[in-house]
Write a protein that binds this ligand. Structure first.
Ligand code: FAD
Length: 564
């Protein structure tokens, strides 16, 4: 019967499609179950900070293996090396920042970002307590907490006033983008104020006395930028006060740029002298008031007062309260930064990592380890090792602590391979290790922890994300050095810093650079090298185009002196 056939067909078709549907349903369920299991297996990583260290970690982390959440009070990354250029309008503030969401959108939206500040790390419960200013209704007071399996602390450092009275109230800092914008407005204000009617010449001079405290790279670069801004732009706009302007740089050490090669620091001092920038070395600032600074000359103890119109305080970095609190929690005592091992894991903690300016690789432990490596090799305590034993020891040390080789070479103490040969060049049979140990002891006292620079922070971020991404692989095939205590090998190679050199822009289209291999370069050509390096290091094509067009605009039209 056609109706019966129709019904049968319908039942057959529908049951067939039911079977097919239930097949595809079970397939979908299986896939989503697998996905759920994978998601559940995904470890939670919380990253604090979106500066150099935090963003370089985020750029490379594999989001298919980790559930990543980021917390930072700034929803952008700032290219700090160009901050001094923002203070004088050589480069605009927006040209050096990249929204964090632009960076994380490349990860298919799998990284969550929260614009908030972390207030406390609760390591015992694997939680961080955060606070957002944006929504005060969150839990009543804008607070929320996040759980983590791994925590990456990359919150950087804060300005260091050395508790000098009056600094917080009366000085400008140069740490954040907002600081640079405030300085730009204040410099213009000083000129506008100095040309107001009714001021005495002395008052105009005070308004136009710009004082920079700190002769490190930031202070020197700012002094140079300010001098260029004044000479190239402002004196033509304010010709009536051009002879009253003064720029003074105060430095507590004997030379400015004393972390650079001596040739660079004396080149900078001579250039500043020619430019009329007063450099006061060996002076300590005792206090700053609204109108003057009190300065002590260290050599003879004389204290004098300097009237000022604007002071920029740039004397290095100090510890953020969040980091200080965590240092206490993990029992690291009185330290400026969180001590980590060479794999960047915070000492005293199993699942917390620290990088960038808020961290330091613990050198004391390194020296202890080195001496233990010697002791283990020199089993009969004779003080000599055979050539092959010695080579093993040196390999072991250099794999773990590459900075030892850098240190020995940079200080011209010795080249380790020289120890293997006598003065005639013949291979020795055994090596007296005392001399070598002695040289190494100086590593302990003289090698400072890595410098607080963007280069170090960015390399640490990249290194750590690589370790996270290769966790499984390296579990099965460890790539690190032999374990000194215990058996087997470390899972990962320790962090190895590669130094690509450093720059000091000195104004007047001149710069100095210390490049790898003890190569020092100074002058106009170095400034062009600086332009090309800083353009290439921009985090995106957008900022690269903006920065280069700002430089071009400045060449053609000069800097903008409006107070916006
Ligand atoms: P930062 O880059 O400072 O980032 C810290 C991040 O943590 C920020 O996003 C911040 O908002 C966030 N944060 C802060 N507190 C919290 C919190 N409680 N919770 C969550 N997030 C938080 N280095 C060079 O190598 N070359 C240079 O030419 C150079 N020039 C410089 C010029 C200036 C003016 C300055 C200030 C620095 C310069 N540096 C330079 C140094 C370099 O900027 C720092 O070493 C680098 O920024 C350190 O990176 P970081 O990620 O550790 O910290």
């Amino acid at each position: 019967h056609p109706a019966g056939f129709k019904a049968l067909l319908l039942v057959t078709l529908s049951s067939g499609s039911l079977v097919a549907y239930s097949d595809s349903q079970s397939e979908t369920e299986r896939v989503s179950l697998e996905q759920n299991q994978k998601e559940q297996k995904k470890k939670k990583v919380v990253v604090l900070g979106t500066g150099w260290a935090g963003t370089s970690f985020l750029k490379d982390i594999d989001v298919s293996s980790y559930d990543v959440q980021v917390v930072s009070p700034r929803n952008y990354f700032a290219f700090t090396p160009l901050l001094p250029s923002v203070t004088c309008g050589t480069v605009e503030a927006r040209s050096i920042v990249e929204p964090v969401r632009n960076i994380i959108k490349k990860k298919n939206g799998e990284i969550q970002f929260f614009e908030a500040e972390c207030l406390k790390i609760d390591a015992a419960n694997n939680k961080v307590l955060c606070h957002s200013n944006l929504d005060q209704n969150l839990g009543g007071n804008g607070e929320f907490s996040l759980e983590y399996d791994y925590l990456v602390i990359a919150v950087g450092a804060q300005v260091n006033t050395f508790n000098t009275p009056g600094v917080r109230e009366n000085c400008h800092f140069l740490k954040e983008v907002e600081d640079a914008q405030k300085i730009r407005a204040s410099v213009i204000d000083s000129f506008e104020k100095a040309v107001l009617p009714g001021l005495s010449e002395e008052e105009r001079k005070t308004c136009l006395h710009f004082v920079i405290v700190g002769g490190g790279p930031t202070g020197v670069e700012f002094a140079a930028e300010l001098h260029d801004f004044i000479q190239e732009d402002l004196v033509t706009i304010y010709p009536m006060v051009k002879d009253l302007v003064r720029v003074t740089l105060i430095q507590s050490g004997d030379h400015i740029l004393n972390m650079f090669d001596e040739r660079i620091s004396s080149f900078a001092e001579q250039k500043f002298q020619r430019d009329g920038i007063e450099v006061c070395t060996g002076c300590r600032v005792l206090g700053v008031s609204e109108k003057s600074l009190s300065v002590k000359v260290k050599s003879h103890g004389e204290v004098y007062s300097i009237p000022h119109g604007l002071v920029i305080w740039s004397t290095g970095v100090g510890t953020r309260p969040l980091v200080r609190d965590f240092i206490e929690q993990v029992g690291q005592g009185d330290r400026r930064a969180l001590a980590t091992n060479e794999w960047l894991r915070v000492k005293g903690s199993e699942n917390v990592y620290a990088l960038g300016d808020c961290a330091t690789i613990d050198q004391r432990k390194i020296m202890e380890d080195i001496l233990n490596i010697f002791k283990a090799a020199d089993k009969d305590y004779s003080g000599t090792l055979t050539i092959s034993e010695f080579q093993d020891v040196v390999d072991d040390i250099l794999i773990r602590y590459p900075q030892v080789e850098l240190y020995l070479k940079s200080k011209h103490l010795m080249d380790v391979t020289d120890l293997l040969r006598d003065p005639e060049g013949n291979e020795r049979e055994s090596v007296d290790i005392e001399g070598f140990k002695l040289a190494l002891c100086q590593v302990d006292s003289q090698t400072k922890s890595l410098p607080a620079t963007a280069q170090v922070a960015a390399q640490q971020g990249t290194y750590l994300s690589r370790c996270f991404n290769r966790r499984q692989q390296c579990q099965e095939h460890p790539e690190g050095p032999r374990r000194f205590s215990g058996s087997g090998q470390h899972r990962f190679r320790p962090f190895r810093y590669k130094h690509f050199g450093k720059f000091a822009p000195l104004g007047g289209e001149q710069a100095a650079a210390e490049l790898p291999g003890d190569w020092v370069s100074m002058g106009h050509s170095t400034q062009w090298l600086w332009y090309s390096v800083y353009a290439s290091k921009q985090v995106s094509w957008r900022t690269r185009v903006l920065v280069v067009s700002d430089w071009a605009r400045r060449f053609i039209f000069g800097r903008d002196s409006s107070r916006i």
